[in-house]
Design a protein around this ligand. Structure first.
Ligand code: BG6
Length: 495
């Protein structure tokens, strides 16, 4: 579906997100004919360079990150003709009046009213001045056609998220607000619901009677890179678990929505967050483990420890690794642990959900046939491999009775032979079409903070004394192995 005429205003157009994600995604949508003919991108803020240099910089980003690779002269010039930049001081009222004038000028040129998207790719401190500025210039007024997009971090704890919601809610209707969690735009993440709800065979066993436990692993090889400034105040729990991992958990654990209506889907997801058992402060250490990487070797290269990274406090106590055990207290999941784990500078880049089934109720085969036995496991591979794998037991060919685990597998690249679109492409198009299904509603964001708040509180109070406690290029701290081993289980990675 091609959206109606749209003006897409980016606050933070000179920033990293616009460079790496937003502009390449818009370019790809443009190249593939998804955008309306009447389409304009309006960057607003300070450029700090000449416009021509800025455009060169954007082009370089597109070259690196677009699915289409290096843009040809014609398609780039065509694209750039939709792009404008407004030099403005975002803390001044005038900026918003100027923006309003610009938007009206474009609409007048088009002879058409446009949908107006305001994309805030800015540090959290700018959220209030920008939303207030937009409202004062009455840019929030077209309730059906003005949308505001808020990037993470959505606050830094439950209280600040509530405050942010109050601010947004005062100036915009909820249906105008799009809180982004880019994991929800990933093909493989969206496919979790398709897999569960468009197929009859797994849903009957998708519960405590058949599932032993669920793991959500998001392992990154990258370190903190140039984001020390932000990351050192955030840490893995805020940066990844509060949003991406908990959202995946919701998709795995939610009840079937009646329709694919945005609020219906989000109701079902938020039900899961509300059902997650509170972790009492005195037991946080049994449910959560944190880590920070020291220097180490990754693919034959020595990489510095977290505390040696740029813009990181040399005595930083920020975690770059977090493992958490959660329970979802409802009929479907009572007693089934969900283990969530994420870290930077781990030995490999793998994101996957692993659903481990219970053993058979009665063992027919003699013990000698079962020496290689492994639990049945369904793996939803999110990245870099994209697919779904099922591990089950099979008789090994030969005269003796010997069972061995085998894999049945589906990979996107084999099945579809198409490069999947980037998450941002999907999400930006949804915003332009006003579809909020894949975005966080106010109550979802707060409920997710509520889940991790006890851990945040206890961790802030009890300073870790053993940081750094894992070496770059390993699978994280020893304590995380203990967390799961206590329950008689192991992490599914490395496989
Ligand atoms: C971001 C986090 O939201 O997600 C980063 O802030 C993390 O720290 C990134 O690296 C991972 O996203 P992806 O899509 O590269 O797996």
């Amino acid at each position: 579906e091609r959206p109606e005429p749209t003006i897409f205003t980016i606050f933070g157009a000179a920033g990293d997100l616009a460079w790496r994600k937003l502009v390449p995604a818009i370019y790809d949508l443009f190249r593939d004919g998804w955008l309306p003919d009447k389409f304009s991108i309006m960057g607003i803020g300070h450029l700090h360079t000449k416009k021509s240099q800025y455009l060169d910089h954007l082009r370089e980003g597109v070259e690196q990150f677009s699915r289409h690779g290096k843009p040809g002269k014609e398609s780039w010039e065509n694209f750039v003709s939709h792009l404008d930049f407004l030099e403005a001081d975002l803390e001044q009222k005038q900026a918003y009046q100027d923006l309003s004038d610009e938007l009206e000028r474009i609409e007048k040129d088009w002879g058409d009213k446009a949908q107006r998207v305001f994309y805030l790719a800015m540090p959290p401190a700018m959220m209030a001045p920008i939303t207030e500025g937009l409202a004062k210039a009455r840019l929030n007024q077209r309730r059906e056609h003005a949308r505001i997009v808020v990037e993470k971090p959505f606050g830094s704890d439950l209280e600040s998220a509530r405050e942010l919601n109050r601010l947004l809610g005062r100036l915009f209707d909820e249906k105008q607000i799009f809180r982004i969690d880019h994991f929800l735009g990933k093909e493989t993440v969206q496919n979790i619901l398709a897999f569960r709800l468009a197929n009859a065979m797994f849903e009957p066993i998708w519960n405590r009677h058949y599932i032993d436990h669920v793991q959500i692993n998001v392992a990154e090889k990258l370190g903190v890179e140039h984001r020390g400034h932000y990351y050192d105040k955030a840490g893995a729990l805020r940066d990844m678990i509060q949003n991406h991992l908990l959202q995946i958990l919701c998709l795995v654990a939610m009840e079937a929505p009646i329709t694919f209506d945005d609020n219906e889907v989000r109701n079902k997801k938020v039900d899961v967050l509300h059902a997650i058992r509170d972790i009492p402060p005195s037991q946080v250490h049994e449910y959560a483990v944190r880590g920070q990487y020291g220097g180490g070797w990754l693919q034959g290269e020595h990489v510095p420890g977290y505390r040696q990274e740029p813009n990181v406090d040399p005595e930083s106590l920020t975690e770059t690794y977090a493992a958490v055990k959660l329970y979802v207290d409802n009929w479907r999941w009572q007693g089934v642990p969900f283990y969530l784990r994420t870290g930077k500078r781990l030995s490999d880049r793998i994101t996957e959900v692993s659903i481990q089934f219970r053993p058979v109720p009665h063992q027919t085969f003699p013990a000698r046939a079962l020496l290689d036995r492994q639990p049945n496991r369904l793996i939803i591979a999110i990245q870099p491999e994209e697919g779904i794998l099922l591990r089950f037991e099979s008789k090994q060919p030969g005269p003796s009775l010997h069972l061995t685990p085998v894999m049945m597998q589906f990979f996107y690249k084999e099945a579809f032979r198409e490069e999947p679109v980037d998450a941002y492409e999907t999400l930006l198009l949804d915003i332009m079409n006003g579809d909020a299904t894949l975005f966080m509603r106010a109550d979802q964001a707060e409920a997710a903070w509520g889940v991790i708040q006890p851990i945040l509180d206890v961790w802030a109070e009890q300073r870790p004394t053993d940081f750094p406690n894992y070496q770059a290029g390993t699978w994280g701290p020893e304590q995380a192995e203990v967390l799961i081993a206590k329950d008689g289980r192991t992490w599914t990675l490395p496989t």
